[in-house]
Design a protein around this ligand. Sequence first.
Ligand SMILES: [Zn+2]
Length: 192
Amino acid sequence: MENILEKLKKGNERFIKGVSINPNQSLDRCKETSKGQNPFVIVVTCSDSRVPPEIIFDVGIGDIFVIRLAGNILTQEGIASIEYAAAHLGVEQVVILGHTNCGAVKAAVETNISTEKAKLSEYLQALIDKIDPNLVIDDKDINKSISKSTDNLVINSTNDLKTILNKLIPNNSINIAGAKYNIETGEVVFFN
Ligand SMILES: [Zn+2]
């Protein structure tokens, strides 16, 4: 799987340097992929408009099977989507991609440390509840808390997903990597 991560790293490098080649983004590619998709990676990331996976990895149509929800949380439906791509499309590389200044993680941190609990809708509360067990609270520094919690959420999701996929697809050779996107510099840093 090293070559797939290398491909993503190289694409991100081009993006940062301003030399993106925007591959696979033509109408020809639409026609080619209309016969069937064969993505090479599954990316689980945040809905945040500043984190568009195809652009930051400099790839195109049919390349990434994307699961996006605020806070890059894993839900049953998200896991079902991953299961489909892994089991039926044969994708063997997953990247769970958090990002700096994540509003969802920030909201979870603020809710966690706030003394007077704001009343959230049941939907927002459900999202916060998913993030909450992953929080790393540094009382003195809210930004540090957000940053550490974002990393921890990615690491925990990576481990959880490994366990789940091993149950769903025995003897699989799926590799799951964690990473963090810097919304200011455009850089993706892979963990471990
Ligand atoms: Zn976010």
